[in-house]
Write a protein that binds this ligand. Structure first.
Ligand code: PLP
Length: 366
């Protein structure tokens, strides 16, 4: 492809830091990961940040930390990556899938209210593509029904709502560092929370259930059955180098998104998703809606421009359609519409204005 969909930001400083880790011989999780966690928590303004192997494993241990288990229900949106709805069944609970709002692509707050039962314990909303969710609306539901909010902020590092960073708004938030995300470590994720008890539990669980202030051997004691979801020093070094530059990276991303909006404005048959009032979009992805999305995709690919759909409508997939631990609430009309119309354009730090003009010319000519 002449113009890829994404290109991770990797500068010489990041390469040097990775080499430093390799030379140190300490390749598993260690002080570099700890530095990454501390700086991440500082950036978000929250008390605890826990690095994990992915957003998916992070969401899973968040549910476990909250004690969500067989018989409990967790409400999730239909229009999202499968991970959002897979984690409740992974811990033995039930995912209750509801429709999204067509304009924002966020979980539909009315559909959430209608899906709440005595078994509902939590909601996992997704701040889709970097657009923060409407916390005012969500918190009303949370308070009224006494539920937890675990935000799937896989795409939303750097987004904010009413001057508070995403990561400091939900009970627990989980970010992804997959290469399509704003900060990438190849694979990886970060959990943020202000709850000390959950943070300690999750930290222990991802370290084989270890309690490092325990007493059995050299301060180590295994308190519970845990697992290994640690993020290695090597990967943390990549994330750290990007985090150090996040403000300038975000600024560039916002300029690029504004260029697209200006270049495409007034184009017949193109619509844009709406952004949350009082929110700051981090533009992990630039999305537009078009009724001939698939034709455009094909022709863009023929012109060497890599584009993608937005994301998936989970109710259409076997994994969710026929699963006894999944309840599909409603017809998912909006989710299906977003799935059929959303198109993601190339967006990355090195993308030039000239390339953006070329991309837009190709779209317009179709
Ligand atoms: C909304 C959402 N949630 C979760 C994930 C999974 O993230 P990871 O690959 O880090 O597990 C993704 C990945 O694309 C995503 O878009």
């Amino acid at each position: 492809m002449k113009i890829p969909l994404i290109k991770p930001y990797i500068d010489q400083n990041i390469k040097n830091k990775v080499l430093e880790v390799l030379d140190s011989g300490y390749l598993t999780e260690g002080t570099v990961t700890k530095e990454y966690e501390d700086k991440f928590a500082d950036y978000i303004g929250c008390k605890h940040a826990i690095a994990v192997t992915s957003c998916t494993t992070g969401l899973e241990i968040a549910l476990r930390a909250m004690g969500i288990d067989a018989g409990d229900e967790v409400i999730v949106p239909d229009y999202t990556y499968p991970a959002t709805a897979a984690v409740a069944p992974i811990v033995g609970a039930t995912s209750v899938i509801v429709d999204v709002n067509r304009e924002t692509m966020h979980i539909d707050y009315n559909a959430v209210q209608s899906a709440i039962t005595k078994k509902t314990k939590a909601i996992i909303p997704v701040s889709s593509f970097g657009n923060p969710i409407d916390y005012e609306k969500l918190n009303l539901i949370k308070e009224k029904f006494g539920l937890y909010i675990i935000e799937d902020a896989a795409p939303s590092v750097g987004a904010a709502y009413e001057n508070k960073m995403v990561g400091n708004l939900a009970d627990i938030t989980v970010f992804s560092f997959h290469p399509r995300k704003f900060i990438t470590t190849g694979e990886g994720g970060m959990i943020t929370t202000n709850n000390k008890e959950w943070a300690e539990w999750m930290n222990s669980y991802k370290h084989f259930g270890m309690n490092i202030s325990g007493a059995i051997h050299e301060g180590i004691c295994f308190e519970r059955i845990g697992t290994n979801y640690k993020l290695s020093n090597i990967l943390a070094a990549i994330g750290l180098g990007q985090l150090n530059k996040i403000d300038s990276l975000l600024k560039k991303r916002k300029n690029l998104a504004e260029n697209y909006l200006n270049l495409l404005s007034g184009t017949k048959e193109i619509e844009f998703p709406s952004t949350t009032i009082n929110g700051k979009h981090s533009y992990q992805s630039f999305i537009l809606f078009h009724k001939n999305r698939d034709t455009i995709m094909k022709r863009m690919h023929n012109n060497g421009i890599e584009v993608q759909i937005g994301t998936y409508a989970l109710h259409m997939h076997k994994a969710f359609k026929y699963n006894p631990l999944v309840k599909i609430e409603g017809k998912m009309k909006n989710s299906k519409w977003c799935y059929e119309h959303a198109l993601t354009l190339p967006l990355y730090n090195e993308l030039t204005f000239k390339q953006q003009k070329f991309i837009v010319e190709k779209i317009k000519s179709l």
